[in-house]
Design a protein around this ligand. Structure first.
Ligand code: GSH
Length: 237
């Protein structure tokens, strides 16, 4: 195995936590650089050289740069998971399944969860149309996960993989942020509980420090939502 020379650029968000979880699962050494999203560091010139899209997470490994969490998790699995601890081997049916769920998360669960949170919680104006659309899209995708996890222990097969990590952070933090009760999706709930109990996941969720207080965040967001719901609906009839 090539010697890793990894620097991880991340912050406390669902996409941001995926990569520390994977690095911890694989026991890889890395340097951590927190990119403060609140202060807009992700759009600074130095960071755009690492991710021209100006978002976290991103990673450098020696002279190689990798951005966008799907690319990063596949890069790490290909390069550093020779024992296939958290990934399937290229060309196997499970590898294709793993790939499908990763792309599904990057193109669907993440953007829909992000939009649901933005419109229901942070929007400067209230649009019931946007709130309902993105919340129901996100819940629909939780239903897709429920269907898959009621027939398979993990998303790509019988083994926990990078595909699970990709969706897990969005379910674990996304559902809490949106005040959704996972009891509505029982297989997703027990899958989430199994994953959060893993030591590497516990550690990864606490990077960068200070650890993210999900319960405190949930209460804060609830207040934001209540304030938004007091505004008039601005949808055009
Ligand atoms: N498709 C990207 C999405 C990354 C993304 O949305 N990152 C967010 C944090 S979760 C971000 O950096 N937001 C700040 C911004 O867009 O300026 C990935 O999977 O890495």
């Amino acid at each position: 195995m090539t010697t890793p020379d990894i620097t991880l650029y991340t912050d406390n968000t669902p996409n941001g936590h995926k990569i520390p979880i994977i690095l911890e699962e694989l026991g890889l050494p890395y340097e951590l650089k927190q990119v403060n999203l609140q202060s807009g560091q992700q759009k600074e010139e130095w960071f755009l050289k690492i991710n021209p899209n100006g978002q976290i997470p991103a990673l450098t490994d020696g002279t190689t740069r990798v951005f966008d969490s799907g690319a990063i998790l596949l890069y790490l699995a290909d390069k550093y998971d020779a024992d296939r601890k958290i990934s399937y081997k290229h060309g196997t049916p499970e590898y294709i399944e793993q790939l499908s769920w990763i792309f599904w998360q990057i193109g669907g669960l993440g953007p829909k969860g992000g939009a649901a949170l933005a419109f229901s919680t942070f929007a400067p104006v209230r649009s019931d149309y946007a709130i309902n659309k993105f919340l129901s899209d996100f819940k629909g995708l939780l239903g897709v996960l429920e269907y898959r996890l009621s027939e398979s222990a993990y998303l790509a097969g019988e083994k926990y993989t990078v595909a699970d990590i990709a969706s897990f952070t969005w379910v674990f933090q996304g559902a809490a942020a949106l005040d959704l009760d996972l009891a509505e999706w029982p297989s997703v709930k027990s899958w989430t509980e199994k994953i959060v109990a893993r030591p590497a996941v516990k550690k990864g969720l606490e990077i960068p420090k200070p650890p993210f207080d999900l319960e405190q965040f949930r209460v804060f967001l609830r207040g934001q939502r209540e304030a938004l719901m007091k505004k008039g609906n601005e949808d055009v009839e």
